[in-house]
Structure formats: structure tokens, C-alpha cells
Design a protein around this ligand. Structure first.
Ligand code: HEM
Length: 431
């Protein structure tokens, strides 16, 4: 056993990211070995390197030739080797063509750049912005109803506002009909919540949890993606699924991309939105500055994303022997970047543990960096900006009415409940 802090244990994250331990690792062991013991029914793994400084996180994310997304995919836990070819059909788990020549030849090689170029066309800021009015209406309706229904001035932001907000906005963008939206939620919860005791695991014949990324778990979702694409070919609309259904994407690529979007586009915003409100509820002065217009909502949203990155970790695999921050890594080693640590690195951010809504520059890594930098960042920012603008208009000052309940996960910085107390009269009628 090493004396290094353990930042792997998913159960620890129920109390929030372990910032003291992150700081210790940044100071003493910026690339630190982590044991991967059996936890919550999941088997032990070989262990991994935790990368905690901002500069090293950026370096790993940018250098796909050395740190591969394809070799072992992008989650801390190793996938079943039999599932790897399947998982690599997702762009998240592919490498740029130029870098793959450095790695071992693979029959199932995909070029990340090709897929990224194809789907970026479906995902233009122009298309995204056309959803802005619908996003704003939704923010108004949800916040207004929560405010008006608040018993004793308190309500849970997560169940009453942000869960539906993220899901319904994504469903609009994709073009998923209203009646099917429950399905979208069920699928994404299965994949992301798998470490959380509130989410009952699906057990295999051996009594072990079934990997939620395996083909068997995804069959239902894929069939749905194909049906939806067929529908969009018959009845095109101005949405992402219509654009994808009319693109050069093959059937398997389209299914995989639909899967990626339902997870990447939903749980991240579901985590970011309450995370921002939590920070503002805990810091009345910052909330007041925003309320009085002394800081802009755009820059506030960036600081809230720095403060509460929805994604806690992403994994790469070393393609060859290399050295990172003085630590020797061997080909095949798992290398995991820690976004919340990088965002609080005192080498880059002055007073990182102070919420500074006008912080500039603010080079947080919440959307990643390098070839896989988030494709949905524009849509995510739009949703967060609009939600805060409408909250400022519709809600009086708010504080915490109780402690938040957090997701048990070392991957998503999720919040399952955020009780807010409104500390004044409602701001007036809706609309
Ligand atoms: C605040 C919200 C969000 C955060 C913090 C976030 C974060 C991230 C991060 C860190 C990555 C990089 C993964 C890696 O390094 O391997 C990523 C990739 C991605 N994100 Fe997001 N995301 C958010 C919202 C969204 C939304 C709303 C969508 C779509 C509607 C989306 C779609 C994607 C896709 C498709 C990728 C993969 C890109 C690639 O592999 O080239 N994300 N996201």
C-alpha cells in the first residue's frame, strides 16, 4: 500500500471532489500511482497514474500520439477485451489517423478525424442557436413552476428543474419526440449511474454487474436510433438526427453516435447546472454581484464550470514508454486526467479556491482539450447561460435549504438533490 492519497474510490465523491488530496498530489506526486481495488461489486483492475496538474492534463489530452483514447478506451475501468472493437466504434474512443501509426496496427482501426468532421457538420453553432428560444421558454416554465410550488419557500432544483431541463433540451436538439423522452433518461442513467447505490445494477449469470457499455445493454437503444433515423429520412426536420440520417455515416456509426450524444449531452449538463447553483447558493456575495449585473453571466458560467466540472476524469493509455512530470510511464499504462484538480491548480489560477465570477483568463479544462475537446460545448454554454439569466429574473436570492446529495462516481460530478430556499418574495408573474 502506498501512502499517497486515494482519489480513485468512487464512494469518496459522495462528499464532493477531494480537493485537499488533489492539492497534495499536485504538490508532491503530480503523476501518482493509484490502486484500483474491487469496489461496489466491480472487480479490481491493474491500477493507473493520476495526472493532477493543469499543464500535464493539457499535455496528455493534446498528445494523442502518446496517450491513446483507443487502446483501452476512455473510462478508468478496463473494458472487457471482447467488447473493445465495439467500443472503438464511438468517436470518443478513437485516435486521429496521424497518431495511430505510432500504435500497434489494429484491424478495427477508425480515424477519429473523419467521424469528427462528419458529425461537426450536424452540430454547427447556427443549428444549436436556433434552439435558444425553446431553451429559454423551458427555463422559464420549469423555474417558474418550481418557484410557485415551493412549499415554505424551498424546492429541489434537481428534480424540479435541471434534470428535465437538460434532458428535454437535448431531446429537442436531437429531434427525439416528446413521448420517447423517458427512454432517453433511462438509458443515460444506466450508463452513468452504474457506480451509484441508488441505481440497481443489472446482474449477469455470474452474479456480477453487467458492463453497461456492452453490446447486450445497448441493443434496445440502437434499434431506437435506427427507427428514429428512418423517421427523419421520411420526415426531415431541423435537428441533429435529421442531419446525421442524411450524412455519410454508416448505420453502426449512427447508432454509436446517438448513444454517445444521449450520455455526453445529458448527464454533463445535468451535473453542471445544479453545480453552478450550489456554488452561488453557498456564496451570497458572488450571487449578489451577478444579480446586480456587476459581473456578466457569460464569465460567471465559465467560472462555475471551472468550480464544478461535470466530468471528473477521462482515461488514456500510454502508446509507448514515456516520461510525464518526471515520472516514467510504460507502454500500456493507464493514464487518468483529473479535471477538477487541473481547474484548481494554483500554478494557473490565482486563489483557485475562491469563486471569482469575473475571473479572466479562465483556461479551465472542463470541456477537455485536444482532438476530443467537447463537441457540445456551445450548446452546453447556451443552456447554462439561459438558465442563470432566467433564474436571475424569476427567483429571489436563494440559499441552501439542506445539504446537496451527490452521485457516487469518480467519473461524473453529479448532484442528485439540491434543496434551495428562496429568501424573498417571488419576483413577479411569469413571462
Ligand atoms: C457542461 C456540459 C459538458 C461538459 C462539461 C462536457 C465535457 C466533455 C469533455 C471533457 C469531453 C472530452 C472527452 C475526452 O477527453 O475524451 C467531451 C467530449 C464530447 N462531448 Fe461534451 N460535455 C458537455 C456537454 C455536451 C453536450 C451538451 C453534448 C452534445 C449535445 C456533448 C457532446 C460531446 C461529444 C460528442 C464528445 C466527443 C468528442 C470527440 O470524441 O471528439 N457534450 N465533453
Amino acid at each position: 500500500m502506498s501512502d499517497l492519497p486515494d482519489v480513485f474510490d468512487p464512494r469518496r465523491y459522495a462528499a464532493g471532489p477531494p480537493h485537499d488530496d488533489y492539492r497534495e498530489l499536485r504538490e508532491r506526486h503530480p503523476v501518482a500511482w493509484q490502486e484500483e481495488y474491487e469496489v461496489l461489486g466491480w472487480p479490481a483492475g491493474p491500477g493507473f497514474w493520476a495526472v493532477t496538474r493543469h499543464a500535464d492534463v493539457v499535455r496528455v489530452l493534446k498528445d494523442a500520439a502518446t496517450y491513446s483514447s483507443a487502446l483501452g478506451a476512455t473510462q478508468i475501468r478496463d473494458p472487457d477485451p471482447d467488447d473493445l472493437p465495439f467500443i472503438r466504434r464511438m468517436m470518443l474512443n478513437q485516435d486521429p489517423a496521424a497518431s495511430s501509426s505510432a500504435g500497434p496496427a489494429r484491424a478495427d482501426h477508425h480515424d477519429h478525424g473523419r467521424l469528427r468532421r462528419l458529425v461537426s457538420r450536424a452540430f454547427t453553432p447556427g443549428r444549436t442557436d436556433r434552439f435558444a428560444a425553446a431553451v429559454r421558454n423551458r427555463a422559464r416554465t420549469l423555474l417558474g413552476a418550481a418557484r410557485d410550488g415551493a412549499e415554505g419557500g424551498a424546492f429541489d432544483l434537481v428534480t424540479e428543474v435541471t434534470d428535465d431541463y437538460a434532458l428535454l433540451n437535448l431531446a429537442d436538439l436531437l429531434g427525439v419526440p416528446g413521448s420517447d423522452r423517458g427512454l432517453l433518461l433511462e438509458w443515460t442513467e444506466r450508463v452513468i449511474g452504474y457506480q451509484d447505490p441508488d441505481e440497481p445494477p443489472v446482474l449477469g449469470p455470474d452474479g456480477r454487474p453487467v458492463d453497461p457499455r456492452s453490446p447486450a445493454m445497448l441493443r434496445e437503444m440502437f434499434a431506437y436510433a435506427q427507427e428514429l433515423a428512418a423517421h427523419k429520412r421520411r420526415e426531415p426536420a431541423d435537428d441533429v438526427m435529421t442531419a446525421l440520417a442524411h450524412s455519410e455515416l454508416g448505420d453502426a456509426e449512427l447508432e454509436m453516435f446517438f448513444f454517445l450524444l444521449t450520455v455526453a449531452g445529458n448527464d454533463t449538463v445535468r451535473a453542471a447546472a445544479p453545480g453552478g447553483f450550489l456554488a452561488l447558493a453557498e456564496d451570497g456575495e458572488a450571487q449578489q454581484a451577478l444579480r446586480e449585473g456587476r459581473v456578466g453571466v457569460d464569465s460567471a458560467v465559465e467560472e462555475l464550470l471551472r468550480w464544478h466540472p461535470p466530468v471528473l476524469t477521462f482515461r488514456r493509455t500510454a502508446v509507448r514508454d514515456t516520461v510525464l512530470a518526471g515520472q516514467r510511464l510504460r507502454a500500456g499504462d493507464k493514464v487518468v486526467v483529473f479535471h477538477a484538480s487541473a481547474n484548481h491548480d494554483e500554478r494557473v489560477f490565482a486563489r483557485p479556491h475562491r469563486l471569482d465570477l469575473s475571473r479572466a483568463p479562465n483556461p479551465h479544462v472542463s470541456f477537455g482539450d485536444g482532438p476530443h475537446v467537447c463537441l457540445g460545448a456551445h450548446f452546453a454554454r447556451l443552456q447554462l447561460r439561459v438558465l442563470h439569466e432566467e433564474a436571475l429574473r424569476l427567483l429571489p436570492p436563494y440559499t441552501l435549504a439542506g445539504p446537496p446529495r451527490r452521485l457516487v462516481s469518480n467519473f461524473i460530478n453529479g448532484i442528485k438533490a439540491l434543496p434551495l430556499e428562496l429568501s424573498g418574495p417571488a419576483r413577479g408573474p411569469l413571462g
